[in-house]
Ligand binder design. Structure first.
Ligand code: T3D
Length: 260
């Protein structure tokens, strides 16, 4: 993997760290390739039971690297990055069968914000901020934001944030439902790691089923969702972790989940 994205796996947790702090983690081609490949690797590695997505420096990610983008446009290059990068990256985050935690250490703009919104859990530093940014550079949405944002904050607020991009500070992001928790900046790394480690030590089959059921339920009828829940609950009920959980309950002990 390129240095612009760091990837490490320990104790069932994959940590993916955007690492272009001097460029506010702007997404140039090398970074997008490495981020896509890292997330896809984490998604398909059975030893990985949760993913922590974070960044080094004062920003989380300011979206497309506009300096590189200008050069590509000047050379007559087409806008192929959505299908080559943003769609696979967001798909990996949203659909991998394990929870993804975004630890938002600073500003998240454009596709950078889109990646956060696609994650399953968002914890932000009190110094973080979000901006949709797209219309500021005369672009439409990408990175799934047309789908995720309205589900997080409702259609009206999503339309406001997309049509009139502004910096939404962490405290407002919490009240809008854009993030789950806000913590002091100095405590973000530790708090986010604790959340991600807890998920990495949890019932992975059940988490995967919940993720799949919620995504399905967001776009299907109640009756259709009940049908899928029946299938997925059967799968979770057949897992070793379910056996362990109920027998530990009866023994009045804490369950030890293996993710199987
Ligand atoms: O092909 C396609 O389909 C394109 C797909 C695009 C997907 C997208 O993500 S579109 C959205 C792209 N992102 C933006 O439009 C955000 C632009 N940046 C900003 O609005 C602001 O910089 C921020 C609100 C994010 C942060 O503001 P602030 O005041 O904290 O920092 P700053 O002073 O504006 O920027 C600091 C430096 O970062 C500065 O560089 P310099 O002057 O020190 O050399 C600035 O140019 C650079 N920077 C910020 N954002 C980007 C960037 N450089 C390249 N690309 C950026 N996106």
């Amino acid at each position: 993997m390129a240095d612009s994205v760091l990837y490490e796996v320990a104790d069932g947790l994959a940590t993916v760290t955007l690492n272009r702090p001097g460029a506010m983690n702007a997404l140039d081609t090398e970074t997008k390739n490495a981020l896509r490949d890292s997330l896809q690797a984490a998604g398909s590695d059975e030893a990985v039971r949760a993913v922590l997505l974070t960044a080094n420096g004062r920003a989380f990610c300011v979206g497309q690297d506009l300096k590189e983008h200008v050069r590509i446009l000047a050379e007559g290059g087409g806008l192929t990055t959505v299908s080559e990068h943003y769609n696979p990256i967001t798909t990996a985050i949203a659909t991998m069968p394990k929870p993804v935690v975004a630890a938002v250490n600073g500003v998240a703009a454009g596709a950078g914000a889109g990646f956060c919104f696609a994650a399953d859990y968002r914890i932000a530093a009190d110094t973080a901020a979000f901006t949709t940014a797209f219309t500021g550079v005369a672009l439409s949405t990408d990175s799934g934001m047309a789908w995720t944002l309205q589900r997080l904050v409702g259609y009206g607020t999503a339309a406001d944030l997309l049509l009139f991009p502004r910096s939404v500070a962490a405290a407002e992001a919490l009240s809008l439902g854009l993030v789950h928790r806000v913590v002091p900046a100095a405590e973000l790394a530790e708090e986010a790691l604790a959340v991600a480690r807890r998920l990495a030590a949890g019932p992975t089959v059940a988490y995967a089923a919940i993720k799949e059921a919620m995504a399905y339920g967001a776009a299907h009828s109640f009756a259709e969702t009940l049908d899928l829940e029946a299938v997925l609950q059967t799968r979770a009920g057949a897992s070793a972790d379910h056996q362990e959980a109920v027998s530990a309950f009866v023994r009045k002990e804490k369950p030890r989940f293996t993710g199987r």
